[in-house]
Design a protein around this ligand. Structure first.
Ligand SMILES: O=C(O)COP(=O)(O)O
Ligand SMILES: [Mg+2]
Length: 222
């Protein structure tokens, strides 16, 4: 037990801990260009992100001429190769994110990443940004097996199991995060960094800057 309101705090990665929108959009657009398709804007790609790479590729193809199974399989490989080669060019942590996580760790809180990004790419991104040591564990979209990514509660339940149990909270940015956390019985804070309205998500709290995270979690655990 910590003297903080939670023993375990999990974070989503894309759109929550880091702004990865520029590098994701570049990889999606490299994929689309390779197939002779029009490219997408960064906000268009952001709106397609959060449900894993297969969904992102399908939505990007559907928006640019159509998504057959054959094209999705072939072009997902192109997207992933491009993304892996340029995963940390533009991607940076959101303001205050590192300080907030260090403050949690200083209180003895165990801190995890639960993302729908593939585990190997998540590990690479965190290592390239020198953030990996902030986290006790990293659970990716392929860690729990097919179909067992957020909004399924399995990866959040796995986080609690790996951390040895305790009072857990989750911090995310999309409905996938809120649905998964609620199904796992874990209070959820949503970050609203001005990209879309999150009021309808049904989160326990909304913050617009990481400076508010500690006090918000204290309020939820009180
Ligand atoms: O891969 C995605 O779609 C987004 O990943 P996230 O779960 O870290 O937001
Ligand atoms: Mg996200």
């Amino acid at each position: 037990m910590t003297d903080f309101s939670f023993d375990i705090v999990g974070f989503d990665l894309d759109g929550t801990l880091v702004d990865s929108s520029g590098d994701l959009a570049a990889a999606v657009n490299a994929m689309l260009a390779s197939d002779g398709r029009r490219t997408l804007t960064v906000p268009e790609v952001v709106a397609m992100t959060g449900g894993g790479v297969a969904r992102l590729v399908r939505l990007a193809l559907a928006a640019t001429g159509g998504a057959t199974d054959e094209a999705a399989t072939r072009l997902q490989a192109v997207m992933l190769a491009s993304y892996e080669a340029n995963i940390a060019v533009l991607t940076r942590p959101y303001p205050g994110a590192v300080a907030a996580i260090e403050a949690l760790r200083a209180r003895g809180v165990r801190v995890a990443i639960v993302t729908n990004k593939l585990a190997a790419l998540s590990e690479k991104l965190l290592a390239d940004l020198a953030l990996r040591d902030l986290f006790d564990t990293v659970i990716g979209g392929d860690t729990m097996g097919p179909g067992k990514q957020k909004p399924d509660p399995a990866p959040i339940q796995e986080m609690v199991r790996r951390m040895g149990g305790g009072r857990a909270a989750f911090v995310g940015d999309t409905m996938f995060d809120v649905t998964a956390a609620k199904a796992a019985g874990v209070p959820v804070v949503v970050v609203d960094f001005g990209r879309e309205s999150v009021e309808g998500f049904g989160a326990d709290a909304v913050i617009d800057h990481f400076d508010a995270l500690i006090a918000t979690l204290e309020g939820l655990g009180a």
